[in-house]
Design a protein around this ligand. Structure first.
Ligand SMILES: NC(=O)NC(NC(N)=O)C(=O)[O-]
Ligand SMILES: [Zn+2]
Ligand SMILES: [Zn+2]
Length: 462
């Protein structure tokens, strides 16, 4: 079977289905799954030359990473579609959803969105969808962007890190949420807010900016809690689906749980960084670990895992937020002025699995947390996120028991500076298939990017 042509069947002894993991033949036609044959049933009419038999490698729905900052146009040297989607393909990620910021211009108007689409077309190795952005005063741009195909919007309750994407106050959110009512769209929140410090800590001398705790103490749990209380209030008030991105503080879990029990249309994600890294292990000056909200302590991390296990946290994403190496200020190690954002898109699946497998999570849980629930968040669950007839033939073929080392030579995203360099992870990805085509095969990229990977709304790809 020559690589790069559309497959007609993928066979494995370990296919992760909705209810079990078992031997199965996944029959593919026109980029869609047409049937999944289990219990020894076989399909006679499948042309033999395009059958991919992967033995006992695991076949799972392709990962849907709904939190990826591709900074093109405008900051393509931070990350662009070519390198971001190439690293996604190498990581078993078959769909990314691009955040509306750090590109210039940000995705805050219809024309800016259309410019983004133009830049992305022909550069994407995997399917790519796009979030719009809510900033002060752009409420009239929201419905036109929904019509043009964004599944929802992102906003910040604190400075976003880039001036061209200002954060919102409650009055701006009231205007935006009034526009979103009844659209079925989701509003994503970077939920941290500046708090009036009643008695600011008086330091005999300024704390050392190279010391990670200096940064950690500047982004406290109550900054997340304060922001999340606002999200919950507005969520009940407007009955718009609200989604808390990259939850770091486990102190917020009880109020999130209580709001959901009371019927708030509220979902929440955490990221691989908060599940795999802990404040205690971050060396002085190691600013490549800086992200906002910050990576907190081990005890907090264990509480996030418990919330994940309990289904209070719905999904796990990368929040891939790279920049050029100089902005990480490694030469000074100053956490307070370094860029906040971690580069890690390609390694989400092994990062999660390496820690999850020790905590009793199954392959099935992994599919729910990294594929199914993220697909649902961005309104593409009818096409992606699990294996079933009628869905896109988006598959990742991987070995959960194979350990490998994160080496610079295998990193495809622009900024190779990641806290995970040198780390040994379980869960090597071997093959990634998007709509029946092999886009990654053990270090090779057999099919070049194409325009049809642009997903501008749930039921079409241009
Ligand atoms: N402008 C950003 O990329 N910000 C991101 N930065 C992080 N997470 O440190 C984010 O998701 O807030
Ligand atoms: Zn954020
Ligand atoms: Zn982000």
């Amino acid at each position: 079977m020559e690589v790069g042509s559309e497959l007609t069947m993928v066979r494995s002894k370990r296919v992760v289905l909705n209810s079990r993991t078992c031997p199965a033949d996944i029959v593919i036609k026109g980029g869609k799954i047409v049937e999944i044959l289990t219990d020894g049933r076989t399909s006679a009419q499948t042309p033999r030359e395009k059958i991919l038999d992967v033995g006992d490698l695991v076949v799972m729905a392709g990962i849907v990473d709904s939190h990826v900052h591709v900074n093109e146009p405008g900051r393509t040297d931070w990350e662009g579609y070519w390198t971001a989607t190439k690293s996604a393909a190498a990581g078993g990620i078959t769909t990314i959803v691009d955040m509306p910021l750090n590109s210039i211009p940000p995705t805050t108007t219809l024309e800016n969105f259309q410019m983004k689409l133009q830049m992305a077309r022909g550069q994407c190795f995997v399917d790519t969808a796009f979030w719009g952005g809510v900033i002060p005063g752009n409420q009239s741009a929201l419905l036109p962007m929904i019509k043009a195909g964004v599944p929802g919007f992102k906003c910040f309750l604190i400075h976003s890190g880039v001036d061209e994407f200002p954060h919102v106050a409650e009055v701006d959110l009231e205007a935006a949420m009034a526009e979103l009512q009844g659209t079925g769209c989701v509003l994503l929140f970077h939920a941290e807010k500046e708090l009036e410090r009643v008695n600011p800590p008086i330091h005999s001398e300024a704390p050392d900016p190279r010391d990670y705790t200096t940064f950690l103490n500047s982004r406290t749990d109550d900054m997340e809690l304060g922001a999340i209380r606002i999200v919950i209030k507005l969520c009940f008030q407007y009955k718009v689906h609200c989604h808390i991105v990259h939850l770091s503080s486990a102190e917020a879990v009880p109020i999130i749980q209580e709001a959901r029990k009371a019927g708030a249309p509220l979902t929440v994600e955490t990221t691989h960084h908060y599940l795999s890294l802990a404040a205690e292990e971050i060396p002085t000056g190691a600013t490549h670990y800086k992200c906002c909200p910050p990576i907190r302590g081990r005890c907090n991390q264990e509480k996030l895992w418990s919330a994940l296990k309990a289904g209070i946290i719905d999904m796990v994403v990368s929040d891939h937020s790279p920049c050029t190496a100089d902005l990480k200020r490694l030469e000074t190690g100053d956490f307070m002025t370094a860029w906040g954002g971690i580069s890690s898109l390609q390694f989400g699946l092994p990062l999660f699995w390496t820690a999850a497998r020790q905590r009793g999570f199954t392959l099935h849980d992994t599919m729910n947390l990294m594929c199914k629930n993220t697909a649902k968040l961005c309104g593409i669950e009818d096409r992606k996120g699990s294996l079933a007839p009628g869905k896109d033939a988006d598959l990742v073929v991987w070995n959960p028991d194979k350990e490998f080392e994160v080496k610079e030579s295998i990193i495809y995203h622009k900024n190779k500076l990641t806290p995970y360099l040198g780390r040994r992870l379980y869960g090597e990805v071997f093959i990634t298939i998007v709509r029946g085509n092999i886009v990654y095969l053990q270090g090779q990229f057999p099919t070049l990017p194409s325009g049809e990977h642009i997903l501008v709304n749930a039921n079409s790809a241009t």
